[in-house]
Design a protein around this ligand. Structure first.
Ligand SMILES: Nc1ncnc2c1ncn2[C@@H]1O[C@H](COP(=O)(O)OS(=O)(=O)O)[C@@H](OP(=O)(O)O)[C@H]1O
Length: 345
């Protein structure tokens, strides 16, 4: 049952309750955003758009439900909930929908709402992210993409999906503007900010492939970079969240310009929404989480269908990862994990 705050009428709220969000954690899905959320929202100045971690207001898992022109008065109501509950308006309220990173029109929505908005992206090794989402969908019959993977092994899924996405991207290439700079070093192009029909089609190829395509980070990040200056975009990595959760939260605090807070240290070592327990609020300790496959357990991994699929994925992701590595080397985004360089450079 919605409480009185969830039912508030934006038309009768004081203007300061209606100020746009100041930050958004746009994704990527399956990169550790639940762990970050379950800790950092205890900061007295860092809150979220209610009702729960993700509101999916402007985009959902399935891009055909993209909602970029969704009802703004309803969104104002949700932005006000935490302000009303805490009886203050001097906090950062942010949207935590991890579906926004791969949503082609979302950078425009967020910039229109607040051009000074701070954008936070958490990125995980793309193969690990694909595997994580694959396992999640495979294990849960009610989940959106279960039918896509129900009859697949990871290897057979990769073979089919890589083929599909590559065919789609090739098709997109047919309508890219001739003579345009399509090099990896091109200045960022976004939806409504320099993309042509071919670029848009290509972005859709990845956006419509939730398990695999959503791990193609450069295309989505480029879209955000075309709409927001790099100083307004903070890229974090799951690796750093894994090895130094508190330090990662300090980075977020600094980025948002708030004082350091004393978080619950026992909570900060837990892992939320893992493969052992799919729920935003469910926490497990690190040693409770089993590895999907590891070379230590399976020294012949490279020769297995799983190993072959991983090699195929390294090849598929390499050009995209090289762009991220380059942006990091140029200081446009935070330095990437060393393991990314050894795998994909
Ligand atoms: N601190 C830390 N270290 C290492 N890995 C971590 C950490 N926190 C979360 N995770 C892993 O991130 C996966 C969940 O990501 P999200 O919370 O972003 O998922 S979701 O998009 O909200 O569904 C989920 O991955 P899988 O276990 O592979 O499914 C978590 O185990």
């Amino acid at each position: 049952q919605p409480g009185p705050h969830e039912d508030a009428d934006p038309l009768s709220l004081p203007t300061e309750y209606l100020q746009p969000i100041t930050y958004a954690v746009v994704g990527q899905q399956k990169s550790g955003t639940s762990t970050l959320w379950n800790n950092i929202v205890f900061h007295p100045h860092i809150k979220w758009v209610s009702p729960s971690k993700e509101i999916f207001y402007f985009s959902n898992d399935v891009p055909s439900t993209t909602l970029c022109d969704a009802d703004l008065i309803g969104y104002q109501r949700q932005m006000a909930v935490q302000r009303l509950k805490n009886n203050r308006t001097d906090m950062h309220v942010g949207d935590w929908s991890t579906t926004y990173f791969s949503c082609v029109c979302c950078p425009v929505v967020l910039r229109t709402m607040n051009p000074s908005m701070k954008i936070i992206v958490v990125l995980r090794d793309p193969i690990q992210r694909t595997l994580s989402r694959f396992l999640e969908q495979k294990r849960n019959p009610g989940f959106t993409f279960h039918d896509q993977v129900a009859n697949h092994t990871f290897a057979s899924f990769v073979e089919e999906e890589v083929g599909k996405v590559e065919k789609c991207v090739q098709h997109a290439g047919r309508v890219k503007t001739r003579g345009r700079d399509n090099s990896p070093d091109r200045p960022p192009r976004g939806w409504g900010a320099g993309m042509d029909m071919g670029d848009w089609l290509e972005a859709q190829c990845y956006a419509r492939s939730n398990l695999l395509g959503w791990s193609v980070y450069d295309i989505f990040l480029e879209n955000y970079m075309a709409h927001f200056p790099t100083k307004q975009i903070l890229v974090l990595y799951t690796n750093e969240l894994a090895t130094a959760t508190l330090a990662t939260m300090r980075k977020v605090e600094k980025f948002l310009g708030v004082e350091p807070y004393s978080y619950d240290e026992e909570k900060a070592v837990l892992i939320f929404n893992s493969r052992e327990c799919y729920h935003w609020h469910c926490a497990k300790s690190r040693n409770e989480i089993r590895e999907a496959r590891s070379k230590e357990r399976d020294p012949m991994l490279d020769a297995t269908p799983f190993g072959q699929a991983s090699a195929r994925l390294v090849k598929f992701f390499r050009p995209h990862m090289r762009r991220l590595i380059k942006w990091a080397d140029e200081g446009k985004i935070s330095p990437v994990p060393q393991s990314w360089k050894s795998t994909y450079a």
